[in-house]
Design a protein around this ligand. Structure first.
Ligand code: SF4
Length: 460
């Protein structure tokens, strides 16, 4: 059971030195109890206290890292690996989800080389940016099918590794697992193949290669017991394969395990990230796989494996994921500044809008589409939309004029035309009074009208 703030306080050095960033040891203890800071922030904890506290204060759900550079080339994946798990709430609105679901396409020893090449080539085509996040297929599941030789499986794993994605080795055959690990262990794949019948051998292979071990079973009790047995062997680098008995069972396993580990009295043996292999739950049915991928993105798949990720599947899935895994307590915003578009320079016209990320990406997309060089000026509007920030007084003639002064716009840009969003046309008069050297132009009310608006402006 988690320790209370008072219990943690009793173990602190009671120096009140503030080096941990808290004003007192008591304040620090309260934050540790809430999970807001780690005990490592205090440099004076005794080894005995650390030993007592680390297990009790650790989040109930473990964070597992998979893969290594160059796979994590997403600017939001600043670490060398993909972090999975580490969730603290059952529902996003309670706080926030932490480590987003990742997606995988599948290659298999049952496929011929042309099919494998086609899947890897098609997968690479899904690569686009949405509101600052790179959307692409981060994982490749490499399936070993009955009868395939160890060498053939190792070759397939090597081919998949060359696609620069993290790997999930779906294999129960010990010899094939050993051969594939030998071939690609430097990429830090998941060895996904332990169950009640083979966990000792698989655990030996996984720990020998220092990779994460995937554990499954025919029901949640068997999964739980196998995890407990592997933990007794000293391995806690695990991920749970939710199984492919049926959709109902896989979904129940996901929910039961997540509830158990985030209960008031957390069961840490249930606290591992999960793999939902929807390719196995609905083989050959891309539409059903998309529906199931949606389900397991919401509850509670850390990696969702489909047969072949297509653009049509990716668009709704990645959009859903982005909605779920953004912090509802923080408005998605971009940094205030000057954003030159279409090769704009100091003589190009200026447009202004707010720092709400959705507004920025909509507007900048339309500006790019127009082909007209222009400077988009983004001021600090509290991460709110145009009308909301205007109503809140955060996007006003005063705030725009202040921003132009603070960012030294008049020395950086010679052009003196500034286009206002049409929804705040009411600011024109005030802004002309505050910026007398500027030609203030009221733009369209909707971003989609910007292309015609700019082209007309350019023609005149
Ligand atoms: Fe107390 Fe340690 Fe924080 Fe100092 S650094 S105030 S000793 S908890």
């Amino acid at each position: 059971m988690a320790l209370t703030g008072i219990q943690i306080f009793k173990l602190t050095p009671k120096k009140n030195c503030k080096e941990c960033g808290s004003p007192t040891c008591m304040a620090f203890a309260m934050k540790v109890a809430q999970g807001a800071v780690g005990i490592d922030k205090c440099p004076y904890m005794s080894e005995d206290a650390i030993a007592q506290l680390s297990e009790a204060s650790a989040p109930p759900m473990k964070t597992i890292e998979i893969g290594k550079k160059p796979f994590a080339d997403n600017k939001n994946d600043t670490d060398a690996s993909f972090k999975l798990g580490g969730e603290t709430v059952l529902f996003r609105h309670e706080k926030t989800f932490v480590n987003k679901t990742r997606y995988a396409s599948t290659v298999s020893t049952a496929m011929d080389a042309a099919k494998v090449d086609q899947i890897l080539t098609d997968m690479a085509k899904i690569d686009y940016e949405r509101i600052g996040d790179r959307m692409y297929v981060e994982f490749i599941a490499v399936d070993h099918t009955d009868g395939a030789s160890a060498d053939a499986y190792a070759e397939l794993a090597k081919k998949a590794a060359a696609a620069n994605r993290a790997l999930i080795l779906n294999v129960k055959d010990e010899a094939a697992a050993a051969a594939a690990l030998e071939a690609v262990k430097d990429t830090k794949p998941v060895l996904n193949g332990a169950d009640a019948s083979n966990y000792e051998a698989m655990n030996k292979l996984a720990t020998g290669a220092d990779v994460v071990l995937g554990v499954t079973g025919s029901n949640v009790d068997e999964i739980y017991d196998t995890i407990a047995a592997i933990e007794k062997l000293g391995n806690k680098k695990l991920i749970v394969d939710l199984g492919s008995v049926s959709v109902k069972d896989a979904f129940a396993n996901a929910v039961l395990l997540r509830r158990a580990c985030l209960d008031k009295n957390p069961d840490r043996t249930a606290g591992y990230p999960t793999i939902a292999n929807v390719a196995k739950l609905a083989p050959g049915d891309a539409h059903m796989q998309t529906a199931l991928a949606t389900l397991f993105t919401m509850k509670y798949g850390s990696i969702v494996i489909v047969e072949e990720m297509t653009y049509a599947q990716a668009l709704p899935l990645y959009g859903l994921r982005q909605n779920l895994f953004t912090d509802p307590q923080k408005a998605p915003r971009i940094e205030p500044g000057i954003y030159p578009i279409n090769g704009a320079e100091e003589n190009s016209i200026c447009l202004t809008t707010v720092d709400f990320a959705l507004t920025y990406f909509l507007v900048s997309g339309e500006l790019e589409r127009s082909g007209v060089p222009c400077n988009l000026l983004i001021s600090d509007a509290g991460g709110l939309s145009v009308l909301t920030s205007w109503a809140a007084g955060k996007f006003s003639a005063g705030s725009i004029a202040k921003y132009i002064q603070e960012f030294d716009i008049e020395n950086k840009i010679k052009n003196r035309t500034l286009v206002l969003p049409g929804k705040v046309a009411v600011l024109k008069g005030d802004l002309e009074a505050k910026l007398p050297d500027w030609n203030i132009v009221v733009g369209p009310t909707e971003a989609v009208q910007l292309v015609k608006f700019l082209k007309d402006m350019q023609a005149n």
